[in-house]
Design a protein around this ligand. Structure first.
Ligand code: PEP
Ligand code: MG
Length: 570
């Protein structure tokens, strides 16, 4: 028996035989050609064939896994349809008189190089997609069959160097119970897809994967990142016990899809999902979300060199509303700056970006940008219960100024005779400590509050939320943070408006009862966390939630509050 530890990237336990994926030899050598036209035709034919493969993969994935997971293939199709990408290959053939295979290889290198040299982490990761589509074209050119994954028909744990998005999606349609990759981490495509497909996965195994032979018995823990090769009888019994309990919990949680969020004695807490793209709303709806509590609209503006037009934004917001079929969809206006870059705005680098020119501050000074977004939102509001939320509010003036621009957007649409919904609820993010302290005043100006605990913790504890060196100071259960949440909830409750939490705290295991006890009415989190939050609430009464919250509020420091919470969880 050998125990190997790597990075757990998708939670869950799996027990099966290993299937080691052999790398297909796609080496290409530089070959000269004379018939340029014929070689260029080989490229365009191969691209067409690759597109057909991707289309069928997309349709199959949408049917068996979900629309959101199939989206990656639309991105691949777009890349393959990009004239620059195809002309990169045909141009190389014409200029350098090289074979289609070699042109495909060089073009892939050029594009990957370009993506890798970009500042943005997301764009750098796109190099993997270029590799994926280029490999597909190369395989068609070389007449290589797609791969081993197609032939899988019994349960197995895949061991591979890396898994392309295409391979990962295919896995979802096969009896694969887990996978292990030598490279990659939590943010690689395969890891993200594994989490949304609910397949346990471990990444970053490196050479340790050499200990795993094809067909050998494996145990995989996608939470801790542990792999056990050839387990002995005792280990197997313990593991099977854990797996049974985990399967039972998964099964138990599935029952909450149809249920509303509430404590055991019926105190309602609305459980909603956070999204970054309209397609994410599909997943929120599938997992029983009672609305979208936070649509981070800035994702429509990032990873591109231009700004999305009013029309493009309108379509995106409308799509999210339609996916939620009448349930509330809170769309936050642009929250850029800080750690979120929008290249098209050419914002200057700042000494203290989190305290600088960001979010509502940018929108109120660049009103054209703001007006375009507000017009798109008002138009999309005809297709559902769309609500508008302003981020980073620190004063009444900012709310009034933002509402003034909203009124301007309505006036313009009216004059132009464009259809829109004038009665849209307007709320704010409470994420700056002074907003929490002044919540009673701010509550008179808006229809709802949503507490952004990610920033509220950062600003109240003076701890940069992305600085690893001081992450020990980032303590969600700091009684000072809890008091600010309570203050906001009390002010909102007194004014009769909803008070949500949409930061990471909302979806943290076991925190729902605390926030409920503090007076929060809505919790918005990643879709994957919603069922557990409903289950956590259903296990307690409202009175128990209040008692727990009171104990934490009275704790003298974060350490004692954390101890109280751990004891409560046991
Ligand atoms: C927050 O600050 O808690 C929040 C939800 O917004 P973001 O993480 O996008 O800043
Ligand atoms: Mg925030």
């Amino acid at each position: 028996m050998i125990r190997i530890k790597a990075l757990g990237v998708s939670e869950g336990l799996a027990h099966a035989k290993a299937l080691v994926i052999r790398e297909v030899d796609l080496t290409v050598i530089k070959e000269s050609i004379t018939d340029v036209v014929a070689e260029q035709k080989r490229i365009t034919d191969a691209v067409e064939a690759a597109k057909k493969q991707i289309e069928s993969l997309r349709d199959q994935t949408a049917k068996t896994i979900g629309e959101a997971e199939a989206e990656i293939f639309n991105a691949h199709l777009l890349m393959l349809e990009d004239p620059d990408f195809v002309e990169g290959m045909t141009g190389l053939i014409a200029d350098e008189k090289i074979s289609a295979e070699y042109a495909c290889f060089c073009n892939c290198e050029n594009f990957q190089q370009m993506f890798r040299s970009m500042d943005d982490e997301y764009m750098q990761a796109r190099a993997a997609d270029i590799g994926d589509i280029s490999q597909r074209v190369l395989k068609v050119l070389k007449g290589v069959a797609d791969n081993q994954i197609d032939a899988i028909n019994e349960p197995c744990i895949i061991v591979a160097n890396d898994l392309s998005p295409s391979d990962t999606a295919k896995i979802g349609t096969k009896p694969v119970v887990g996978f292990i990759t030598r490279v990659g981490g939590r943010t690689s495509h395969s890891a993200i897809m594994a989490r949304s497909m609910g397949i346990p996965a471990v990444a970053g195994m490196g050479d340790k994967a050499d200990d795993i032979a094809d067909g050998i018995e494996l145990l995989l823990d996608g939470g801790s990142g542990e792999i056990i090769v050839l387990p002995d009888a005792e280990t197997l019994t313990v593991f099977e016990g854990k797996k049974k309990a985990a399967d039972e919990r998964k099964h138990m949680l599935a029952a909450y899809k149809e249920k509303e969020g509430a404590t055991a004695d019926g105190h309602r807490i609305i459980i909603e999902g956070n999204i970054g793209t309209p397609d994410d709303a599909v997943r929120v709806a599938e997992l029983g979300g009672e609305g979208v509590g936070l649509f981070r609209s800035e994702f429509l503006f990032m990873d591109r060199n231009d700004l999305p037009s009013e029309e493009e934004q309108f379509e995106a917001y409308k799509k999210a509303c339609q996916a939620m079929a009448g349930k509330p969809v809170i769309i936050r206006t642009l929250d850029i700056g800080g750690d979120k870059e929008v290249p098209a705005l050419g914002l200057e680098k700042e000494q203290n970006p989190f305290l600088g020119y960001r979010a509502i501050r940018i929108c109120l000074s660049q009103t054209d940008l703001f007006l375009t977004q507000l017009r798109a939102l008002l138009r999309a509001a005809r297709f559902g219960d769309l609500r508008i939320m302003f981020p980073m509010i620190s004063s009444v003036e900012e709310i009034r100024n933002a509402k003034h621009v909203l009124q301007q957007a309505k006036d313009l649409l009216r004059v132009e005779g464009v259809d829109f919904e004038p009665n849209v609820k307007v709320g704010i993010m409470v994420e700056i400590p002074v907003a929490a302290v002044m919540a009673d005043v701010l509550a008179k100006e808006v229809d709802f509050f949503s507490i952004g605990t990610n920033d509220l913790i950062q600003y109240s504890c003076a701890v940069d939320r992305i600085n690893e060196k001081i992450s020990y100071l980032y303590r969600p259960l700091h009684p000072g943070v809890l008091r600010l949440i309570k203050m906001t909830a009390q002010a909102g409750n007194a004014a009769g408006i909803e008070v949500g939490v949409c930061g990471e705290m909302a979806g943290t295991r076991g925190f729902a009862p605390i926030l409920c006890g503090l007076g929060i009415t809505n919790l918005s989190m990643s879709a994957a966390a919603m069922l557990a939050a409903k289950a956590d609430l259903a296990a307690v009464t409202f009175e128990q939630c209040k008692q727990l919250a009171d104990k934490l509020l009275e704790a003298p420091n974060a350490t004692e509050a954390e101890e109280i919470f751990s004891a409560w969880m046991d």
